[in-house]
Design a protein around this ligand. Structure first.
Ligand SMILES: C[S@@+](CC[C@H](N)C(=O)[O-])C[C@H]1O[C@@H](n2cnc3c(N)ncnc32)[C@H](O)[C@@H]1O
Length: 355
């Protein structure tokens, strides 16, 4: 999915650096997993991976794409609904054929809802909002009736988050919606069954990176990809977060022009210039691993001198090395109908140390 810091385009670079440093297999921990793109690559490279994130959707992706290693089957659901079988593909086809059912998303994130609000929120068309509602509500019901297990549930929620992102009327983040309908938003919501990567011994969690690393004990590779600027993911991806956690327990309050959620517990020290350096040093000092590989952007808020000092201090100083990849990135610098795209050259770094 479209995600700030998504490393999908850098997987070859990361793989090349791992190979060059002789890091092959073992237990890898990716505590800032986001879309789980790197965790999936490590899984493909036969690492047993622990993937986690502070955000619930990060956990959903980690569970669906990393922890799940054999295709989930849901025979109880197939029986209850009279489906041909309980494979994810069959269930996805059933979900894609559901009629729209206006609910929470339709009410709060489409222009059809929110009577009395001064601003109509145009994140989804009313039809797609009501389709998201129909699918998400079904998944909750099926899970509560034990018709699907947790692997199938998270796989289907992940598929819904990605489908919703493809039809979201945004420029890539949910901090704002576009004021006219974009072509992608006018397409009908369509879920796709996830493609599973074979693997063994992979796990997932939701939580702070420090807790994940502490809980991992001794391991081989720590891959770090923390936020690198002041943008809090909780505020930029509140709608994927809502789809991941659902709205079926305590009442969910949405506020402001964009329908933000309460997110104090998900705001990260790694996005605070006064706290990120201490968070980094504490994490590195805590990790009991053989290798550390950290992705960080040249524009990041932790100074490069700090990264080098901390890694050298907590590793074998002579094994420290910075690898660099320069590539061109295209990004919009304005929301709305007159969006402009600017190409700039970005440098991405991998900082490595061994112990
Ligand atoms: C640069 S992104 C990671 C991108 C990921 N490698 C990918 O390819 O999609 C940083 C991630 O760190 C997560 N995050 C921020 N603070 C965190 C914390 N204290 N503990 C765990 N995860 C955190 C964010 O939710 C976000 O998903």
């Amino acid at each position: 999915m479209r995600y700030i810091g998504n490393k999908t385009r850098l997987l070859d670079f990361i793989g090349t650096v791992l190979a060059r440093r002789g890091i092959r297999g073992g237990h890898a921990v990716d505590p800032f997993t986001g879309t789980a793109s790197v965790a999936c690559e490590l899984k493909r490279r036969r690492f047993s991976v622990t993937a986690s994130d502070i955000m619930e959707y990060g956990y959903t992706f980690a569970r669906a794409y990393v922890q799940v290693t054999t295709p989930p089957e849901s025979p109880a659901l197939a029986h209850a609904l009279g489906l041909r079988d309980g494979r994810l593909e069959t269930i996805v086809a059933h979900l894609n054929a559901l009629p729209p059912e206006p609910g929470f998303i339709h009410e709060h994130y489409t222009p059809a809802g929110g009577a009395g609000r001064t601003h109509a929120r145009m994140y989804f068309t009313p039809a797609n909002g009501a389709r998201i509602d129909a699918v998400r509500t079904r998944l909750e019901t099926w899970r509560s009736r034990h018709w699907i297990d947790d692997d199938a549930y998270h796989s289907l929620v992940a598929s819904l988050i990605e489908a919703a992102d493809r039809v979201a009327n945004t420029t890539g983040v949910y901090a704002a919606f576009v004021k006219t309908w974009q072509a992608n938003a006018l397409r009908a919501l369509e879920l796709r069954a996830p493609t599973l990567i074979p693997g063994a011994g992979c796990t997932s969690a939701r939580g702070d990176a420090l807790d994940t690393v502490r809980d991992a004990g001794d391991f081989d590779l720590l891959y770090l990809d923390p936020p690198y600027n002041a943008r809090q993911y909780a505020g930029y991806y509140h709608i994927p977060e809502l789809i991941a956690q659902g709205w079926f327990g305590a009442p969910v309050e949405t506020r402001g022009k964009t329908g933000l959620l309460r997110d104090a517990d998900k705001r990260s020290d790694w996005s605070r210039s006064r706290r990120c350096e201490a968070a980094f040093e504490e994490l590195v000092a805590t990790a009991r691993c053989r290798h550390i590989v950290m992705s960080y952007n040249a524009e990041g808020i932790i100074p490069e001198s700090t990264i080098e000092r901390v890694l050298r201090r907590h590793g074998r100083s002579r094994s420290y090395r910075r690898y660099r990849l320069a590539y061109r990135r295209y990004r919009s610098d304005a929301d709305g109908e007159r969006r402009r795209y600017r190409a700039d050259s970005v440098e991405e770094y991998l900082y490595c140390v061994s112990r």
